[in-house]
Design a protein around this ligand. Structure first.
Ligand code: PLP
Length: 421
């Protein structure tokens, strides 16, 4: 019995149940992944006890000699991994990273272009209730109605009309490669700065499979827990000339003490992403997404933009006779976790949209390949077309459990039990 189990059985039980859920089901939320045991160990380390306001060599607390080593390692590895001039590894999350960049280069009321939330953008790209939409004048661009690709004619014309101070590229639900050079051209044409939020595809950039925003953007932000496969956190990279202001706007601008245990987890994650096998993982994510996309298309389901060239796809489940909310619930019953999602020009509501978003990073981390994706595509089709038949869902669940038994979660129950006892 481990200590947590003895001391706090209620919390332990919930964690244990979550570990079982993660092991026994197919995690297909595009923004989720499984970290390594090494990342888990760093995040679960004594560094959680340490205050370290400030930056390496310039702290407001004593006793920072060891956390300085950790933070410098994280900074150096992030710069090496992405070829960036400068990095701040302290943002607690992707949203914090974005807020700090906005504070660095915008005044309240300034105009910014960002991708519409309903067409694949993120809350922090100008959604009205988010701090971004409340403090700044965000104008939304979107995708082309026919091919669902970013509409660069529209982006260029909105940029000319509104003269934004900043253009934000990047997305949460866009199944195609983002051409950063085109954004750079438009930003230069109107004298705007460019921020790329590569949260979703940072792991693909690290693996050299997606073009990198770093040569083009003034600021690159990302989460570290999606395709990048690190701890739940954020990262900012920028040109050297912007670093001083970025640092000041992370601390003390938007945060207090950094989470040094998570910074350590990020350092470990960056080293993992620098290793050769990370390239194999990145390539596999895309092969898997394409195998799944082809399987679903063959069943008659419509995919936004007709397919994918990254780690995710958006499936219009109305083509299987139901809405996104029900599709999410039916798949959950079968042991497949996805999220309902608006599709471009959706006529349904956000709480019951037409689509679901499906991603392959987590299953790729478990070692699954295109053969497994084709099986999973078959189960998704069967489950959605028998959406009211609980016995079909139960039998799929059984088959999924068997598949999952052959692909253990890397830092799952068994591995972590070895570490924590
Ligand atoms: N940016 C993008 C593009 C995202 O998809 C997300 C999260 O889903 C974020 C930022 C925010 O990250 P966090 O949830 O860590 O605040």
């Amino acid at each position: 019995m481990n200590l947590l189990q003895q001391q706090d059985p209620q919390v332990w039980e919930a964690i244990e149940a979550e570990a079982v859920r993660q092991q026994d089901g197919l995690e297909m939320i595009a923004s989720e992944n499984y970290t390594s045991v090494a990342v888990m160990q760093a995040v679960g380390s004594v560094l959680t006890n340490k205050y370290a306001e400030g930056y390496p060599g310039r702290r407001y607390y004593g006793g920072c000699q060891h956390v300085d080593v950790v933070e410098n390692l994280a900074i150096d590895r992030a710069k090496e991994l992405f070829g960036a001039e400068a990095a701040n590894v302290q943002p607690h999350s992707g949203s914090q990273a974005n807020a700090a960049v906005y504070l660095s280069c915008l005044d309240v009321g300034d105009t910014v272009l960002g991708l519409d939330l309903a067409q694949g953008g993120h809350l922090t790209h100008g959604m009205k209730l988010n701090i971004s939409g409340r403090l700044y004048n965000f104008i939304s661009y979107g995708v082309d109605r026919e091919n669902h690709r970013l509409d660069f004619d529209q982006i260029a014309s909105l940029a000319k009309e509104h003269k934004p101070k900043l253009i934000v590229a990047g997305a949460s639900a866009y199944p195609r490669e983002i051409p950063h050079d085109k954004f750079k051209q438009i930003a230069d044409d109107v004298g705007a700065k460019l921020m790329v939020d590569m949260a979703h595809y940072a792991g693909l950039v690290a693996a050299g499979i997606h073009n990198s925003p770093v040569p083009f953007a003034d600021y690159v932000t990302t989460t570290t827990h999606k395709t990048l496969r690190g701890p739940r956190s954020g990262l900012i990279m920028c040109k050297e000339e912007h670093l001083k202001l970025v640092n000041r706007n992370v601390f003390p601008g938007t945060q207090g003490g950094p989470l040094m245990h998570v910074v350590a987890g990020k350092a470990v994650c960056f080293a993992e992403a620098l290793a050769d096998d990370f390239k194999v993982y990145g390539k596999r994510i895309i092969e898997n997404a394409q195998a799944l996309a082809e399987t679903l298309t063959a069943t008659g389901m419509r995919l936004v933009s007709g397919g994918t060239d990254n780690h995710l796809m958006l499936v219009d489940v109305t083509t299987a006779g139901l809405g996104g909310k029900k599709a999410e619930a039916v798949l959950d019953e079968c042991g497949i976790t996805v999220n309902m999602n608006m599709i471009p020009f959706d006529e349904r509501k956000p709480m019951d949209p037409s689509g679901i978003r499906i991603g392959t990073p987590a299953l790729t981390t478990r070692g699954m390949g295109p053969d497994e994706m084709r099986r999973i595509g078959g189960w998704i089709d069967k489950a959605l077309r028998n959406s009211d038949d609980a016995s079909v869902h139960q039998s799929i669940r059984g088959e999924i459990k068997e598949l999952c038994d052959s692909f253990p979660v890397p830092a799952g129950r068994a591995a972590v039990a070895e570490v924590v006892g």
